[in-house]
Design a protein around this ligand. Structure first.
Ligand SMILES: [Fe+2]
Length: 329
């Protein structure tokens, strides 16, 4: 039996705690990392079921004192590492294999809601966060249940929603040759695709069904194939707002990109500005912003839950790891 806790920030989605809060079952597990790893391994299938039911699980009060311990914890699960290929955000590898920094975009910027790598053909099934250093103020990792915002999207703009559901969307992005840390989407094409040359890059783009062109100053323009925007999650049988429409429409601005032109419908039309604004507001209204505590681990089902990051001050170090989902293809 898991020891279920509460936090004041949580809410109910479809009658269930969101996120579900899990506490150590006894003092030994709370104090001793070896006991914790044992406990985690013994309870991994139970924790996994809760993750699918609730969408997000917060492990609080466990002795996860470092990035390496976080990696060990994940190594005691059945989740398989998914390397960060095709994501837009600048990141740095922290541990040997599976832990990277969360998006290193400037603290003053909000990172909008998204499913991790929803714009790639094979997004990871899970994203796990670890709080190494909480920020002084702000800096919540906000979570939003995708089924809840999907329902709201269809209520707000039934016709537009239906069109987007039927046609799907494409994303267009200009990537620099050298990573630009001043931009939230400044990851270079070399890092994004983990390649050195244009030829290697083109091979991967072909593999990802993307079209491309080379622009001035080594900039690469990519356009995804048409991707579904509303997906039925087979595992939970929930319709989800599985896309990056609002995030891209609102956030893909820098010296190379114009956000309102960075996402188009399958037929090639731009998004409706009014619907985008209302959907963005609904996302903020329906989300949970919880305050990180050192050692917190947040498990997120990337197929049913979106996440965002609030602006912050002070030092903040949140680490992340993504994993593959094999049963839900
Ligand atoms: Fe993310």
């Amino acid at each position: 039996m898991l020891n279920i806790g509460e936090i004041s920030e949580q809410k109910k989605v479809n009658g269930r705690d969101f996120p579900l809060v899990v506490l150590p079952p006894n003092e030994s597990v709370a104090a001793n990392p070896v006991s914790m790893l044992d406990w985690f391994e013994t309870n991994k299938s139970d924790i996994h079921s809760k993750l699918i039911e609730h969408g997000a699980v917060l492990l609080r009060g466990f002795p996860v004192e470092s990035a390496d311990r976080f990696e060990q914890l994940l190594d005691h699960s059945d989740y398989k590492n998914n390397p960060y290929i095709g994501g837009a955000a600048p990141r740095v590898q922290v541990t040997k294999s599976r832990v990277v920094t969360a998006n290193e975009a400037p603290p003053s910027e909000k990172i909008p809601f998204h499913h991790e790598m929803a714009q790639t053909p094979k997004p990871p099934g899970y994203i796990f966060f670890y709080c190494d250093t909480p920020s002084k103020t702000g800096g919540a990792t906000s979570i939003l249940h995708s089924n809840e915002i999907c329902q709201r999207f269809f209520e707000l703009a039934p016709e537009f929603a239906k069109k987007i559901e039927e046609q799907g969307v494409r994303y267009i992005r200009y990537m620099p040759e050298v990573t630009d840390n001043a931009s939230p989407i400044g990851r270079s094409w070399k890092e994004t695709f983990n390649v050195e040359t244009r030829e290697e890059c083109e091979d991967l783009l072909r593999e990802h069904n993307m079209s491309w062109s080379w622009e001035d100053a080594g900039v690469l323009k990519t356009e995804t194939s048409t991707l579904p925007a509303i997906r039925l999650d087979k595992e939970t049988e929930q319709k989800t707002f599985f896309n990056s429409i609002v995030a891209v429409y609102d956030g893909w601005n820098d010296s190379r990109n114009v956000s309102t032109q960075a996402v188009v419908s399958g037929a090639g039309s731009l998004m409706d500005a009014d619907v985008m604004e209302k959907t963005k507001q609904a996302m903020d209204e329906l989300s949970v912003n919880f305050r990180w505590q050192k050692g917190d681990v947040l498990l997120v089902n990337n197929y049913t839950v979106l996440h965002a990051r609030q602006p912050f001050t002070g030092q903040r170090r949140i680490l992340a790891s993504v994993a593959i989902k094999e049963q839900n293809e």
